[in-house]
Design a protein around this ligand. Structure first.
Ligand SMILES: Nc1ncnc2c1ncn2[C@@H]1O[C@H](COP(=O)(O)OP(=O)(O)O)[C@@H](O)[C@H]1O
Ligand SMILES: CC(=O)N[C@@H](CCC(=O)OP(=O)(O)O)C(=O)O
Length: 306
């Protein structure tokens, strides 16, 4: 090898080491900032392919090892849909919520608690962490009540109640069990199934559960992983920061639509109940949790009180 090639190679290695070191040093103030702070992460069913699940598990373990207290709440809508189809049980959504009869509820519990929850727990444990799977039923973590929804009849303009079956909303969240696990250095992984006062199970939207858990834990961050960059403006450009009133305006003027509405409503409620900030992040970006938590730029849309 010529001397100049050797020198060029060494300089390139030096530049690479410098930039790696810079990334590590950049993380230091954030590692200090989040030390022993609870960060609730919602991992949605759309984001759960093999690669992103592997990255997600590594990110959670790294967060834990740097001193953050991660709490995972997962979804599984597409996976429930696929199982219902296999069993030839028809499924219908109203306002983004799955109408849930008794047979559907059995499938929801089977897929969320029996399958997805265990996969996520196994993924985190294989990445070197110690995770424990729960649903809202365990230790009365999420006591739920039936969700009452009204719909305006387009012809008569009268408001009528609609029956979504066993779809619930969190009534009381008892986070003590989470604190016990956190103290034992375990990562809680929560399936969005709540328990009613009579012991009945309720199917709850996973974003809603994540928001309620973050509120009850007074979390430092609520992170909602989804399949877009963050909240986009009317021209499709990413909005990096929003206050609660700006977020409400974007819902009212129709910029925020469809599935993004319940997400932003969850974020608003969480911040109102004491969560420092909520973030909408693109779960398709590899290791997006680390970029958000440990770099200057952050990623996605940050929603704060003001
Ligand atoms: N202003 C907006 N910014 C970003 N996404 C928006 C906006 N308005 C509507 N959406 C829609 O919201 C979707 C995210 O909601 P949803 O599909 O329910 O997510 P998830 O399945 O991750 O819970 C986006 O894919 C996008 O189509
Ligand atoms: C009431 C209701 O709609 N519950 C959801 C629960 C799962 C969920 O929210 O999963 P994602 O986050 O992957 O969409 C459902 O049955 O699909």
């Amino acid at each position: 090898m010529a001397f100049s090639d050797d020198l060029g190679g060494n300089l390139r290695s030096l530049a690479r080491w410098r930039s790696t070191a810079r990334v590590l040093v950049e993380a230091l103030p954030f590692i200090l900032k989040y030390d022993q702070k609870v960060v609730v992460v919602k991992f949605g069913g759309n984001a759960m392919d093999e690669n992103s699940s592997h990255d997600f598990s590594q990110d959670i373990v790294l967060m834990k090892q740097t001193g953050i207290e991660p709490v995972v709440v997962h979804g599984g809508g597409p996976q429930i849909g696929a199982m219902l189809k296999k069993l030839e049980i028809p499924s219908q959504f109203i306002d983004g919520l799955r109408v849930t009869d008794e047979a559907t509820m059995d499938v929801v519990e089977m897929v969320l608690i029996g399958s997805i929850n265990k996969h996520i727990v196994t993924g985190i444990n294989r990445a070197g962490g110690h995770a424990v799977g729960l649903s809202g039923t365990d230790s009365n973590l999420v006591v739920a009540k039936k969700l009452e929804r009204m719909k305006v009849d387009p012809e008569t303009h009268e408001s009528k109640p609609i029956d979504l079956g066993f779809v619930g909303e969190p009534d009381v969240v008892n986070p003590e069990v989470l604190r016990t696990f956190i103290k034992s250095d375990l990562v809680p992984v929560i399936a969005p199934v709540g328990v009613g006062r009579q012991g009945e199970s309720y199917n709850i939207n996973a974003d809603t559960v994540a928001g309620a858990v973050a509120g009850a834990m007074r979390a430092e961050r609520l992170i909602l992983l989804t399949d877009v960059e963050g909240v986009l403006d009317k021209d499709g450009k990413l909005i990096p920061r929003l206050t609660l009133s700006e977020a409400r305006t974007l819902i009212a003027d129709g910029t925020i639509k469809g599935g993004m509405i319940p997400k932003i409503e969850t974020a608003i409620e969480a911040v109102e109940s004491g969560v420092k900030a909520a973030v909408i992040l693109d779960g398709r970006i590899p290791h997006v949790l680390l970029l958000e938590l440990f770099t200057e730029h952050g990623a996605g849309t940050l929603i704060t009180a003001e």
